[in-house]
Design a protein around this ligand. Structure first.
Ligand SMILES: *Cc1c(COP(=O)(O)O)cnc(C)c1O
Length: 298
C-alpha cells in the first residue's frame, strides 16, 4: 500500500532548511540590488566596513545592549566559537548544561588539555538541567534554545563571583526575548532566525567578558590566531573580521535585522514565533510545547 499525502497538506517549500526562518524573497532582491557594489569588494574597503558597522549597531538596538557591551564577530559559525571559547574564554573550568546535541558539542570542545575537565550536567531528552554554583567554575554555559530537542532554557545570570554566563543563542537570537544584562556572552550564527547564510559567529559580550578575553590573551596560553577572541575583538572594533568573511552572509543578516527592527524588534519577533508555534501545536498534537516551538518557524 502506498500512502499519498494530499497536495494541500504539503508545505509549499518542503526543504529541510538550516532554518528555522526562511530567507525572505525581499532579502534576496536586496542582495541582487546592492550586490553589484558589494560582492567582490575586499573586506577592508568602506562598503564592507559600513555593512559590519551597521550589523553591530542593529544588533545592539535589537538586544538593547547595556552600556559597555560590544558586538564582536568572526568566521567559522557557532562551532568555531566553541573552540575559540576553549582557547580564550574559559579560564580553568566550565560548567555545561547539556540537553541536546549542541550543548554537548560545546562541552566536548571544553575537554581541552589546558583546562580542567568540565562539569557537564546532562538531562534526559525533552527535559533540561539547571546550573549549580561551584567554587572552581569560571564559566557557566547553556543553550537558550536547544535546537536538536526543542528545549528552551531561561536566560539568567549565574551569580557566582567572577564567573561568566555564556549562552548559545544560535536558534534563539532574533526569535526569543531575553535581558542582555543577564548574560556575559550571547552568541549565535546567523543562519537560523536571522535568515542568513552560515560561516559566521556573532557575540554580544559584556565588559566582564571583554576583560576575561583580554586577560587570557596576555597569558602564556597558546591561542591560534583564527580562534583568538582577542583578535576578533580588535578587528570587530575596526568594523572588520580577521580574515575574509562571506559577504552574502553579512548582507542577508543586515537586511533581516533591519526588517525585524522595522516590525517592532524582539517583542514582535517573539510574538510571531509563539503564534506560529501554536499553529504547529494544533496540527501536531502529541508533541510537547518546546518541540512545537522549535518547529514553528520552519
Ligand atoms: C545550529 C546550531 C549550532 C551550530 O551552528 P554552526 O554555525 O553550524 O556551527 C550551534 N548551536 C545551536 C543551538 C544551533 O542551533
Amino acid at each position: 500500500m502506498t500512502i499519498t499525502i494530499p497536495r494541500q497538506l504539503l508545505p509549499s517549500d518542503g526543504r529541510f532548511g538550516s532554518g528555522p526562518a526562511k530567507i525572505r524573497a525581499a532579502q534576496l532582491d536586496a542582495l541582487h540590488t546592492d550586490g553589484v557594489s558589494l560582492i567582490g569588494t575586499s573586506h577592508r574597503q568602506a562598503p564592507v566596513k559600513a555593512l559590519v558597522a551597521n550589523i553591530k549597531a542593529q544588533l545592539s538596538t535589537l538586544f538593547a545592549a547595556p552600556d559597555g557591551y560590544e558586538v564582536i564577530l568572526g568566521n567559522g559559525g557557532s562551532t568555531a566559537f566553541w573552540d575559540a571559547a576553549a582557547f580564550g574564554l574559559i579560564e580553568q573550568r566550565s560548567q555545561h548544561l547539556t540537553f541536546g546535541e549542541f550543548g554537548n558539542k560545546f562541552a566536548a570542545a571544553a575537554h581541552a588539555p589546558w583546562l580542567s575537565t568540565p562539569d557537564v550536567r546532562a538531562a534526559l531528552p525533552g527535559t533540561r538541567s539547571d546550573s549549580e554554583i561551584m567554587p572552581d567554575i569560571d564559566l557557566y554555559a547553556w543553550p537558550h534554545n536547544e535546537t536538536s530537542t526543542g528545549v528552551a532554557a531561561p536566560v539568567h545570570r549565574v551569580n557566582a563571583q567572577g564567573a561568566l554566563t555564556v549562552i548559545d543563542a544560535t536558534s534563539a537570537a532574533g526569535g526569543m526575548t531575553f535581558d542582555a544584562t543577564d548574560t556575559d556572552v550571547y552568541y549565535f550564527a546567523p543562519q537560523k532566525n536571522l535568515g542568513s547564510d552560515g560561516g559566521l559567529w556573532v557575540a554580544l559580550v559584556s565588559p566582564a567578558a571583554i576583560e576575561r578575553i583580554e586577560r587570557i590573551a596576555t597569558s602564556d596560553r597558546y591561542i591560534p590566531e583564527s580562534l583568538s577572541l582577542k583578535s576578533a575583538l580588535d578587528n570587530s572594533r575596526l568594523d572588520q573580521t580577521l580574515n575574509t568573511p562571506a559577504l552574502v552572509t553579512l548582507h542577508l543578516l543586515n537586511s533581516q535585522l533591519a526588517w525585524i527592527l522595522e516590525q517592532g524588534g524582539l517583542p514582535w519577533a517573539c510574538a510571531r514565533v509563539t503564534e506560529s508555534a501554536l499553529h504547529n501545536r494544533g496540527c501536531r498534537r502529541g508533541l510537547n510545547p518546546p518541540v512545537s516551538r522549535r518547529l514553528l518557524a520552519m
